[in-house]
Design a protein around this ligand. Structure first.
Ligand SMILES: Nc1nc2c(ncn2[C@@H]2O[C@H](COP(=O)(O)OP(=O)(O)OP(=O)(O)O)[C@@H](O)[C@H]2O)c(=O)[nH]1
Ligand SMILES: [Mg+2]
Length: 220
C-alpha cells in the first residue's frame, strides 16, 4: 500500500474531511515534546504511535465546520544538531521551530534548522517559539530577531505553565490548512508529480519483490 492509500484510510477511520502534517524542529531538550503534550492534554488524542526516533500524535479538531485530522510529528533523542531524515519533512504542511530561552546555543542553532527545513519544504508556513519563559519572565523583554528577519511569526511560550501553547498550535493548524488549500506553488506541484512517479515505481518494484518473497515473514 502506498502513502496516499494510508492517508485515505486515516481520513475514513477518523471521519475527517482534511488531514495536515505538522512537524516540530529544534535542539534537544528545548521542550518540543512537552509543548505537544501540553497542547494535547486538553484535546482528543485518538492514537499515539511511538518509536525510538519518532513520536506521531494524531489529533482531531473542527475548523469552520470541517473535521481536520492533524498528524503532529515529534523526534526524540537528538543529542545535538543533526540532520533529520528526509521523510520527516515529507509532505509536511507547517513547522513549529522551538528554542530554549535559557540556553543561547539553541537560539543560535535556529538558522541551521531553518536552512534544512527550506531545503525540503521551501514554502510551508513556519512559526518560531521561545520556550521556558516561566523560568525567567524577564526574557520576554529581550529581542530575538531571527524570526523577524525571516518574516516568521514569533511566540513566547511555556510548556510548564501553558502560556501561549494552545495559541501556537491552533495558529499552526490554521496555517497548515490554508497552505494545503491554497498552495499552487510551482515547486510543490513538481514535488507532487515526482512523489507520485516515485511511488508508482516503488509499487512496481515491491510487486516484484512480493512475487519473489512470498511466504517470508514481514521484517518491516
Ligand atoms: N521550566 C521549564 N522547563 C521545561 C519547559 N518545557 C520543557 N521543559 C523541560 O525541559 C526538558 C526537555 O523537555 P523535552 O520536551 O523533553 O525536550 P525535547 O525538545 O522534546 O528534547 P528531545 O526529545 O531530546 O529532542 C524537560 O526536563 C522538561 O521538563 C518549560 O516550559 N519550562
Ligand atoms: Mg522530545
Amino acid at each position: 500500500m502506498d502513502v496516499r492509500g494510508i492517508s485515505d484510510l486515516d481520513l475514513e477511520k477518523y471521519d475527517a474531511d482534511e488531514q495536515v502534517k505538522i512537524i516540530c524542529l529544534g535542539d534537544s531538550a528545548v521542550g518540543k515534546s512537552k509543548l505537544m503534550e501540553r497542547f494535547l492534554m486538553d484535546g482528543y488524542r485518538p492514537q499515539q504511535l511511538s518509536t525510538y526516533a519518532l513520536t506521531l500524535y494524531k489529533y482531531t479538531t473542527t475548523i469552520n465546520g470541517q473535521t481536520v485530522l492533524v498528524d503532529f510529528w515529534d523526534t526524540a533523542g537528538q543529542e545535538r544538531f543533526r540532520s533529520m531524515h528526509p521523510s520527516y519533512y515529507h509532505k509536511a504542511h507547517a513547522c513549529v521551530m522551538v528554542f530554549d530561552v535559557q540556553r543561547k546555543i539553541t537560539y543560535k542553532n535556529l538558522p541551521n534548522w531553518y536552512k534544512e527545513l527550506r531545503e525540503y519544504r521551501p514554502e510551508i508556513p513556519c512559526v518560531v517559539v521561545a520556550n521556558k519563559i516561566d523560568a525567567d519572565i524577564k526574557v520576554t523583554q529581550k529581542s530575538f530577531n531571527f524570526a523577524k528577519k525571516q518574516g516568521l511569526p514569533f511566540y513566547f511560550v511555556s510548556a510548564a505553565d501553558g502560556t501561549n501553547v494552545v495559541k501556537v498550535f491552533k495558529d499552526a493548524i490554521q496555517m497548515a490548512l490554508s497552505y494545503k488549500k491554497n498552495s499552487s506553488d510551482f515547486m510543490d506541484e513538481v514535488m507532487r508529480e515526482l512523489e507520485n512517479f516515485d511511488l508508482e515505481r516503488k509499487e512496481e518494484s515491491s510487486d516484484k519483490e512480493e512475487e519473489t518473497q512470498q511466504g517470508k515473514p514481514d521484517s518491516a
